[in-house]
Design a protein around this ligand. Sequence first.
Ligand SMILES: [Zn+2]
Length: 75
Amino acid sequence: MLGYCSNSPLRCENARSIKLLNQIDSCCPNCGLFLLPAQNLSNQLRADEQFLRFVFLAIAVMLLAVTYIYYLNFV
Ligand SMILES: [Zn+2]
């Protein structure tokens, strides 16, 4: 499994460096603790990126609409 060490950063070198580990037994080779799956993390990042893109688009559309209304009313 691909993941990060779930141990405290103070206790394990791999947790401190947030090193991406690929272990078959899904345990940290340094301290033996279970790994946190990296798959969820990248999915979360992708969702965040999509949300940011949506917000950016919404702001752009809103700006266009405001400019259009301003143009209609005052020119
Ligand atoms: Zn560890």
